[in-house]
Design a protein around this ligand. Structure first.
Ligand SMILES: Nc1ncnc2c1ncn2[C@@H]1O[C@H](COP(=O)(O)O)[C@@H](OP(=O)(O)O)[C@H]1O
Ligand SMILES: [Mg+2]
Length: 274
């Protein structure tokens, strides 16, 4: 398993109390007769130390993606994906604070006010959403908008994670009228997969290397919903290189119809920002 966290901090002396609390929660949650010790819990966390790569199968886990959003009480996600020979073949994305009703659009008179969505996708089988309590499974599809002026776009809430200046110049060039929808975590991929918005733009600042656990589950949910996820040059994301994604500039996700105009605007804006 390739996972974001290891047990390093929990093994420190001053973490004893939190480790005891975690061990209690784990034992309360697991449906097994056996009671795990704190050491068992630490050992289980450290099973996430695999480096991934092009061979065999690897689970890719981000237990709390969008930590900043989680701490603020906003959006976060639990993201799990399966790599087979370096290719994402399955993804599950739990978004406990994401409304089941569409976000980022004018109110559509929905009478659903429930929060908590679970997105899932298996390669070749489409993408699905259900409520976190397991009801109402629906197939999801990305937006079919073709006119960029009518498209709205998602980006990170945190300006430190993605350049809001660059995305704003891209949106301006495309004639996008709606303001950006800024939310944390891979909940953006989930919302995109059900057509809440039509574009997700992510341009980390120079020197940052994206990690596979931040995109594996989200990207298959979007591609199985009919969308496209690439870097800023149109290359598909390559999950076979270990923990990191080697990208040109950033990540772009949208529907097929919008991609040509989107790339043209992105190239022009990147060129004029150099
Ligand atoms: N300087 C940076 N640039 C881009 N991404 C960053 C970053 N620092 C952290 N991140 C990643 O951005 C993720 C959150 O993305 P988003 O902005 O879409 O919410 C974080 O996941 P974690 O919260 O799991 O650590 C982290 O891996
Ligand atoms: Mg993350």
């Amino acid at each position: 398993m390739v996972a974001e966290e290891d047990s390093g901090d929990l093994r420190k002396d001053d973490s004893r109390e939190i480790l005891d609390r975690i061990t209690l929660v784990v034992n309360d949650t697991l449906a097994t007769e056996k009671t795990l010790s704190s050491e068992d819990v630490l050992t289980a966390i450290d099973k996430g130390r695999s480096e991934g790569g092009p061979e065999g199968r690897h689970w890719v886990l981000d237990p709390i993606d969008g930590t900043k959003g989680f701490l603020r009480g906003d959006q976060y996600a639990i993201a799990l994906a399966l790599l087979d020979q370096g290719r994402v073949v399955l993804g599950v994305l739990a978004c406990p604070n994401l409304p089941l009703a569409p976000i980022g659009k004018e109110s559509q008179g929905s009478d659903t006010h429930q929060d908590g969505c679970l997105f899932s996708a298996v390669i070749g089988e489409g993408a699905y959403m259900q409520s976190l309590d397991g009801f109402s499974v629906v197939k999801v599809n990305v937006s079919t908008i073709e006119n960029p002026e009518e498209a709205s776009f998602f980006e990170s809430f945190e300006a430190a994670h993605s350049s809001h200046d660059l995305t704003s110049s891209i949106a301006k060039k495309l004639g996008v009228k709606a303001p950006p929808v800024r939310i944390d975590s891979q909940a953006k991929y989930g919302a995109l997969s059900r057509g809440d918005g039509a574009i997700y733009l992510r341009f980390p600042h120079a020197g940052y290397r994206e990690k596979i656990w931040d995109h594996a589950a989200g990207s298959i949910v979007v591609t199985e919903a009919g969308g496209v996820v690439t870097d800023a040059a149109g290359n598909p994301l390559d999950f076979s290189k270990g923990k990191y994604l080697d990208l040109y500039k950033g990540i772009v996700a949208s529907n097929r119809q919008l991609m040509p105009k989107l790339f043209k605007a992105i190239q022009e804006c990147i060129a004029s920002s150099l």
